[in-house]
Design a protein around this ligand. Structure first.
Ligand code: HEC
Ligand code: HEC
Length: 449
């Protein structure tokens, strides 16, 4: 028999499943006749299932709403959920307290927390929460199991960009958008549809399988939406073109089991990748793996060694040059930006990138990669192929987004990427400093894929 706590949890899970259908009236079956929703932060109360549905349907959005359930805790007649919400552009998090009466939701009290910077005056007592995603962190309920990285070495913000809380995407004015060398046109809403991959250059690739072009509603977003139609990816996700099929299948399994995560708790794209890995079928994984592995990656990266860089800001989980201009010191970072931001946000798979890297880092990386740096690391070519373009089921790292590569090295080192198949990487990363990771990523990015 199901315990009352498990039953409450089940009702809340069903609530979020129906919300994810975006048919907010369908949620009514779970609500009592005298259902009340309260938002204490804005002092608002909404009474009845119809107003609840209308309020959700009328809320300004850039497309379909998508929900990632981070955690649900069920009690006898109450339950709490922690859910991340996005329409592909706006992002929010809701902590919701449900009161359950006779198998239905009678009352919902909801808080919408906003991230705040850590105050200086208590920094001596705190450390960054890194190495674990909040799902795992909270599910374990034991903060002690989180193994924080050394305080001086949190995940670097430039490699794990987080949208600022006040980030407001432009609204769609309905006008058709264009990109170079394509007759296609899409509106802003169309290029933001999580269930459709814009296909600006159909001649560049064989027909996409459905899981790549459309995904499967409501839980599997189109691979091609995030990774682009023929898989170049962007700095906010990963290149899939040309990865070995067996490797893709393995990564999907690792995302699903929790073995692969990332070191920043607030990177929604990764949370969405993990969520869809749990809903996808083996046949869909095979179709996507066969499609992406057969594609030849094209060079998209220009690597520039420099001391000064254009000022950047985070937009949609990646860095872009700010319109107000200005320059600033690179200061031991990699700054990776789209060459043509409009082309990139239109999801043109031919978009190109500039990576600004520290002076001397490419040669330093080459030396580390080819010699192992006197035992500091292990020469990469033995496993990744002499040209670093991959070997057997081991992925290529040549010509890839250097911010992605730094994230992976950091995630391996700090335990966020812990799949069994990745064990050979552990001795490689154990003694790497952030400067080493930057040099290796700069060198790999400078090679032809
Ligand atoms: C919501 C955006 C999104 C969608 C949709 C998406 N992914 Fe991803 N994917 C990501 C992100 C983000 C990462 C991880 C980047 C990181 O670790 O920094 C990723 C990583 C991957 C990787 C690992 C790549 C590597 O080199 O290790 C694979 C494989 C992958 N995705 C396959 C897929 C497939 C197959 C689909 C479609 C069924 C898909 N993804 C849909 C965002 C997405
Ligand atoms: C002993 C073999 C071995 C050596 C040496 C090695 N790697 Fe790897 N590497 C792997 C394997 C295996 C994977 C795939 C891990 C997995 O399945 O999660 C991998 C994955 C990676 C990835 C993630 C790729 C992706 O698509 O997400 C990066 C980045 C990487 N290695 C960088 C390096 C660098 C840089 C070096 C040299 C300093 C290096 N590796 C040396 C075996 C190795």
């Amino acid at each position: 028999m199901t315990s009352p706590a498990a039953a409450s949890e089940q009702i809340v899970r069903e609530f979020w499943r129906l919300m994810a259908s975006n048919d907010f009236f369908s949620v009514g079956v779970l609500l009592t006749d005298d259902f009340v929703l309260e938002w204490p932060q804005s002092d608002e109360r909404i009474c009845g299932r119809d107003r609840f549905a209308l309020m959700n349907a009328d809320y300004p959005s850039n497309g379909r709403w998508f929900f990632v359930v981070n955690r649900i805790v069920g009690g006898e007649s109450e339950a709490v959920s922690d859910v991340s919400i996005t329409d592909g552009v706006q992002n929010a998090r809701a902590i919701s307290f449900f009161s359950i009466v006779g198998g239905k939701i009678a009352r919902l009290v909801e808080y919408w927390p906003e991230p705040t910077p850590a105050p200086e005056n208590r920094k001596h007592l705190t450390e960054k929460i890194v190495g674990l995603f909040p799902i795992l962190l909270l599910a374990s309920a034991l903060l002690v199991s989180a193994e924080p990285a050394h305080a001086d070495e949190g995940p670097p913000a430039w490699a794990y960009p987080i949208n600022p809380p006040d980030f407001k995407p432009p609204t769609d004015d309905g006008s058709p958008r264009h990109v170079p060398d394509s007759d296609a046109s899409y509106t802003l809403s169309q290029v933001r549809d999580l269930f459709s991959a814009p296909d600006w250059h159909p001649g560049d690739h064989p027909p996409m399988p459905k899981v790549v072009s459309k995904g499967r509603e409501p839980e599997v977003q189109a691979c091609g939406f995030c990774h682009r139609a023929d898989g170049p990816g962007g700095p906010e996700n990963a290149r899939l073109a040309g990865l070995p099929a067996a490797y893709i299948v393995q990564q999907m399994a690792d995302f699903k089991s929790g073995a692969r995560n990332n070191s920043s708790s607030q990177r929604l794209p990764t949370a969405m990748m993990i969520a869809l890995s749990k809903a996808i079928t083996p046949a869909e994984v095979d179709a996507a793996a066969a499609y992406f592995s057969a594609l030849k990656p094209r060079p998209v990266m220009r690597v520039v060694e420099t001391a000064m860089v254009p000022k950047t800001a985070v937009t949609s989980w990646h860095l872009s040059v700010v319109e107000s201009g200005g320059r600033e010191p690179l200061a031991g970072r990699i700054i990776e930006v789209p060459e043509d931001r409009q082309q990139f946000v239109s999801r043109d798979a031919r978009a190109r990138f500039i990576a600004y890297v520290p002076v001397g880092s490419i040669r330093r990386g080459e030396s580390l990669a080819s010699t192992g740096g006197n035992g500091k690391t292990v020469a990469c070519g033995g496993c990744h192929g002499a040209d670093l373009r991959g070997l057997g089921a081991i992925p290529g790292i040549a010509g890839r987004s250097p911010s992605y590569v730094v994230r992976q090295l950091y995630d391996f080192k700090h335990g966020a990427r812990a799949g069994i198949a990745g064990a050979p990487m552990l001795p490689t990363v154990a003694n790497l400093t952030m400067d080493d990771m930057i040099s290796l990523a700069a060198y790999a990015a400078s090679l032809s894929p």
